[in-house]
Write a protein that binds this ligand. Sequence first.
Ligand code: CTP
Length: 472
Amino acid sequence: MNIEYSHKEAFVFKKIAAAAAEIGVPAYIIGGFVRDKILGRPTKDADIVCVGDGIALAHAVAKRFQPEPTVAFFKHFGTAQIKIDDWEIEFVGARKESYRHESRNPEVEPGTIEDDQNRRDFTINAMAISLNQADYGTLIDPFNGLVDLSNKLIQTPLDPLTTFSDDPLRMMRAIRFASQLQFTIAPVTLQAIQDNAHRIKIITQERITDEFNKILLSKKPSVGLDLLYKTGLMKLIFPAMVDLAGAEYIDGHGHKDNFYHTLQVVDNIAPTTNDLWLRWAALLHDIGKPATKRFENGHGWTFHGHEVVGGRMVPKIFTKWRLSLHEPMRFVRKMVELHLRPISLTKENITDSAIRRLLFDAGEDIENLMLLCEADITSKNKQKVKRYLENFELVRQRLKEVEEKDKIRNWQPPITGELIMEVFGLPPSKPVGDLKTRIREAILDGIISNDYDAAYQYMLEQAASMGLEKRN
Ligand code: CTP
């Protein structure tokens, strides 16, 4: 196996090899770095496993660099880390029992390199490259990970029951790798995931979220999302998504399966953005549909208000998933709430004021909203898709024209609440808000022009009609 290292990698691995020889511990590169190198994917951090004390090896390695990097170590877990520029290198001693990174009970026996490989998650992640003098650079691949890489297959080195009971998060990792690498999960491994899905309950939300986000960020997220669904994991980690699944029929009227529609929307948006939150928005855009579903005689199925109900669900979902509650939550909620608005603007005779309103409500996020709406077209009829896309193109043009004319996107109305309070001698109160809203609405509707004098005049008129008197 001829693996091409960069200059830096070759230089650092030689130093690790020399340090390992010096303190007499055999050392190996292992795991994701080896897998990604062979696949020709960009590599991230490197994991080094040694038959001995990983922390001692890290110290011996650090001494060989000028300036000497700091060794961050966790005695309890027997792991250490050094950073060479931005590159993180992790050191750990080979273990015999389970490979449990975050276990509360990491008292595992030291073992050989084979013991350590046995306890890794998948054959493609269990390959090691020797850093030892006798066989420097040799690939040690006891489970034919190389063959599985070329067959694009994910399977566990041992009986999957053993591998998954060591760490049930590995069930999600299998699905994450299937989605990221576009690999297949071996039938026995897949069956074991189905049988043991319930064990995901013992895993912390943070670790689940981390894997889920990686699935969402993969090239074709539907691969992973569908596997989560079919193995029963989705029902356990995200029941609201599963509520979208299925189509109901009454009097021969059915509706589309909103789960598979959603997966298609996420796939559609994937080539246009690597922004995690826009992908979350695609995932959640119809999340309010099950709660709003009605069958109306003469109309068929309706989901009135699903964007409002869905928007309200976003903060709860973000809390449960331990996602950021600030800017990303606000953004995703806004996308869910507004996702039907551009469609309503594809009708004929749309006024400037309707366009202005959308610009005002979407603000800086207007482009992302348009991307979401375009991704939301999942018809199988090519003619229809073409027509819908053309309609959205017209909306984009109108948005551009109105924005150029009115600059409404980042607009703040010219009359502030402070000014209203000052002019009418009011404390912060409802009439102040009402008056502000009236002025803003009049500008958005084009009743008055967007300038201070017109707005001031309008304020005086409206205030008079509300019985407010100007302070002298
Ligand atoms: N590993 C494992 N079981 C886990 C997590 C990790 O056996 N639950 C092992 C695998 O050998 C894996 C290595 O630890 O390759 C490093 O784990 P990690 O850095 O989480 O994943 P990578 O495989 O490096 O992949 P990525 O960087 O894409 O997360």
